[in-house]
Design a protein around this ligand. Structure first.
Ligand code: HEC
Ligand code: HEC
Length: 339
């Protein structure tokens, strides 16, 4: 009996190890997912299909509310750190950016389901951050189609370590139709603000990573960039602590990336199709097509790699990315971000 149980435990161990090995294939573009190594560590928290969204996340250290009112350049409002960082009903620095009133789901989420407010991760104006995504001005049909894909498992992260993607999936699964439509209508009505600067370099600032995968530059020190890229907030404190929806990002990319990307994006270069054919002449989207210009390098690279790995399903984008190398994905994203 004991022997049998032992053998069974061993079998279970081997199968689990094989499965883990399978899902955690080395990732050639770890920076796009908020990591510096290809994996498989660190393991994300378990996220079964009925999990409450926040239980799937990799939480940061909670902020202690000291009651002090803080200000932000360009806003006349004042909030405490607790209000700024709130998961439900977070501070809105720039109400003039977006339609009023803000739908309840965007402002509050549902605390009972541990479903954090959309505005906590994507901001009230949808500009988002590289580790989340950019919702500003997305076409309503596209927005709803993507929520449906998250729900059905048709849009997952090629790198299973990305815990906030799993949280987004669980969020989509809990939304009512009315909430999805209200959020889509809200964000689609906001105008995009220029957001990313691209710098070609062979070094980048040294960084640390937030638990959600934002790279935060350290006060001093640079390190070689190699063939990768590093994207950091332009004003680290305004982004990380104050959650300023007007403070953008700087992407450090290898020398030559922008020109290489320009050629691929505008001609296809025999490796892909010219993007303007579908995403519109300025690449700011057209009809139901999403904008791809001036989005963060991390977000764009992640999407291209997810499409290529098939974890993000798309009949039209699949062939576009099929032959691209990791370097070419970085070059395309760098050129698009430079627009
Ligand atoms: C915990 C943070 C978090 C919260 C809260 C959150 N999202 Fe997301 N959302 C993400 C992440 C992460 C992604 C991008 C995943 C990826 O890399 O593809 C995303 C992507 C999206 C996209 C796809 C954007 C695109 O361009 O394709 C939509 C639409 C979206 N979220 C809607 C919502 C709505 C609506 C809410 C509120 C009900 C919400 N999100 C709340 C993290 C969050
Ligand atoms: C044949 C049409 C077509 C072409 C050509 C095309 N795309 Fe797309 N792309 C789409 C469609 C449709 C979607 C959105 C829906 C989906 O995922 O299928 C999309 C979505 C995307 C997204 C995700 C946007 C988001 O908000 O998540 C990115 C990034 C992207 N495309 C990049 C590119 C790049 C870069 C090129 C050129 C190298 C390109 N596309 C060429 C049709 C196309």
């Amino acid at each position: 009996m004991m022997k049998l149980a032992g053998a069974f435990a061993l079998l279970l161990f081997v199968t689990t190890a094989a499965l883990v090995g399978q899902t955690a294939a080395p990732n050639p573009l770890p920076w796009a997912y908020g990591f510096v190594t290809p994996g498989p560590d660190p393991v994300p928290p378990p996220c079964p299909v009925d999990a409450k969204p926040y239980t799937c996340s990799r939480p940061g250290k909670p902020w202690v509310d000291d009651g002090i009112l803080l200000e932000l350049p360009g806003s006349s409002r004042k909030f405490t750190i607790g209000q700024i960082q709130a998961h439900y009903d977070p501070a809105d620095w720039h109400p003039e950016d977006h339609p009023q009133p803000v739908p309840a789901i965007v402002q509050n989420g549902h605390e009972r389901d541990r479903l954090r407010a959309c505005a906590h991760c994507h901001y009230h104006n949808g500009q988002g951050k590289p580790e989340n995504g950019h919702l500003t001005g997305l076409p309503v049909n596209y927005f709803l189609q993507q929520l449906a894909l998250f729900r059905s498992g048709g849009r997952t992260s090629a790198d299973p370590r990305k815990a906030n993607h799993a949280e987004m999936t669980q969020i989509a699964r809990l939304l009512t139709d009315a909430e999805m439509k209200a959020a889509a209508a809200h964000y689609s009505a906001v105008r995009w603000r220029p957001w990313v600067k691209v710098v070609e370099s062979d070094t980048a600032p040294k960084t640390r990573q937030s638990p959600a995968g934002l790279f935060i530059p350290l006060e001093t020190g640079h390190e070689p960039l190699g063939q990768g890229f590093i994207e950091v907030p332009e004003f680290p404190d305004r982004t990380e602590r104050l959650r300023d929806p007007h403070a953008g990002f700087i992407a450090y990319v290898p020398f030559g990336a922008i020109e290489k990307g320009r050629s691929l994006v505008t001609t296809g270069g025999g490796k892909t199709s010219a993007c303007a054919g579908c995403h519109g002449p300025t690449l700011q989207g057209v009809g139901d097509m999403p904008a791809i210009a001036d989005r963060t390098v991390s977000y764009t690279v992640r999407q291209l790699y997810n499409y290529q790995q098939g974890t993000r399903h798309s009949q039209l984008m699949g062939p576009v990315v099929a032959k691209l190398s990791p370097d070419e994905m970085i070059a395309i994203a760098a050129y698009l971000a430079s627009l």
